[in-house]
Design a protein around this ligand. Structure first.
Ligand SMILES: C[S@@+](CC[C@H](N)C(=O)[O-])C[C@H]1O[C@@H](n2cnc3c(N)ncnc32)[C@H](O)[C@@H]1O
Length: 224
């Protein structure tokens, strides 16, 4: 395991809870705890022979669940601290009896440095919170230290796919990756960032964005 720590403990500014959970949701959450990944398992993950895909901020699990269903040879780890949608996702994992997914129900930054070097094949980050106000830009997930650590844990030629419909965040992402210099943006033409990649499913947030006639972009960066 490599040693890397964020300069400060990550401070999470998003919501952990929304509406009070119904009785059945509370039950689904309790039952779903068996899908939670433990920190101690993460540094052993290299023993796992399959490709590992990490989805950060899976929301209600549309992309995570559909991807895991069709790629039974891959192993998926989803991270999201928001209790209500995590409960929905746990319900779907149980309903479809999905065996190749585990969940970290918390801020992903708390576990990134526990992954072994070169252990993750792909990272998906679909519609991260944009934190649009200038004074809140330090809350955005994509920061220099975040890119440094994902560079360490992604396999050589592994990718990170980031979707957003927020113009300021689009520029922020491209700027951060360009300054980092350790990833290649693999787009050949505008079609490549204007079209959802084949290995991503429509998410709730994308649907909302499309209904509002916003223009999502998908950026795929490859570790050099
Ligand atoms: C705008 S929503 C998008 C959800 C989903 N990906 C979609 O496209 O519908 C952003 C999600 O990222 C999650 N999130 C925010 N900060 C996070 C963090 N530090 N680690 C993991 N997930 C995070 C939020 O809880 C929320 O579910």
């Amino acid at each position: 395991m490599h040693v890397y720590n964020f300069k400060e403990n990550p401070i999470f500014f998003g919501r952990r809870k929304g509406r009070k959970l119904s009785k059945s949701s509370k039950l689904a959450f309790e039952k779903g705890k068996k899908y939670f990944i433990q920190k101690k398992d993460l540094n052993k993950i290299l023993d796992y022979k399959k490709q590992i895909i990490l989805e950060i901020g899976f929301g209600n699990g549309d992309n995570l669940i559909n991807s895991a269903k069709i790629n039974s040879d891959f192993f998926y780890i989803g991270s999201d601290p928001f209790l209500n949608t995590t409960t929905q996702c746990l319900g779907k994992i149980a309903k479809h009896n999905i065996k190749n997914v585990m969940i970290w129900p918390d801020d992903v930054r708390k576990i990134l440095d526990l992954f072994p070097k070169d252990s993750i094949s792909e990272i998906k980050l679909l519609f991260p919170d944009p934190w649009p106000k200038r004074k809140h830009k330090s809350r955005r997930l994509i920061q220099n230290d975040f890119l440094e650590i994902i560079y360490l844990i992604i396999k050589p030629k592994g990718t990170i796919t980031i979707a957003t419909d927020h113009d300021k965040l689009k520029c922020w992402i491209l700027d951060k990756f360009q300054r980092n210099g350790k990833f290649e943006w693999i787009a050949q033409s505008s079609k490549d960032w204007e079209t959802r990649p084949n290995d991503c499913f429509q998410t709730k947030y994308e649907l909302k964005s499309t209904l509002l006639k916003r223009k999502p972009s998908w950026f795929v960066f490859k570790k050099m």
